[in-house]
Design a protein around this ligand. Structure first.
Ligand code: GDP
Ligand code: MG
Length: 166
């Protein structure tokens, strides 16, 4: 089995830390101008049974310029070719405008969206429960998976969940 997975989330939620943990093979970022608004392969997770290709979707953030709008639209259309979208959020911070902007863009997507709540090593289980309840009010997530990209907690579980959708 193989498939494409997009990781989205505002800066500092831990996307790069997660990728560094799961991805063995990294692909150099292309600097070709024609590629700048297209998805970039960030890395490939490979086992005997499956291959998950993680891609970056530039432009999923609140645009400050008209060009920004174009970038967002471009990123949104690129979601159509992926099996799963991972929306990563930070368990140590309240849901904010940056998260809400992305959720607004994802909520009508026909692609399954996982809510990945990262940095659980820093929060009390009660707080994690409250975060999950809060996010559940925003849209229907295919899966909700709390992880610690830094410590590795639940990362294998997340990958196992992704595999079900390939
Ligand atoms: P990105 O901007 O989404 O790519 O976020 P980064 O991967 O660069 O991480 C931002 C910061 O959060 C860094 O200082 C990481 O060490 C930290 N971080 C990432 N994942 C975790 C985690 O699971 N737990 C904790 N405590 N810190 C994390
Ligand atoms: Mg990063």
């Amino acid at each position: 089995k193989s498939g494409f997975v997009s990781i989205v989330g505002r800066p500092n939620v831990g996307k790069s830390t997660f990728l560094n943990r799961v991805v063995g093979q990294k692909i150099a970022i292309m600097s070709d101008k024609a590629q700048t608004t297209r998805n970039k392969i960030q890395g490939i997770y490979t086992t005997k049974e499956e291959q998950i290709i993680f891609i970056d979707t530039p432009g999923i953030h609140k645009p400050r310029h008209r060009l920004g709008d174009f970038m967002v639209d471009s990123a949104l259309s690129s979601f159509k070719g992926v099996e799963v979208i991972l929306l990563m959020v930070n368990a140590t911070e309240k849901r904010g405008p940056g998260d809400n902007f992305i959720i607004e863009k994802l909520k009508d997507s026909s692609t399954p969206v996982f809510l990945v709540i990262n940095k659980i090593d820093e929060v009390h289980p009660d707080k994690l429960f409250a975060i999950i309840e809060d996010y559940k009010t925003t849209m229907d997530y295919a899966e909700i998976v709390p992880i610690s990209a830094k410590e590795g907690n639940n990362v294998q579980t997340l990958l196992a969940q992704v595999k079900k959708y390939l």
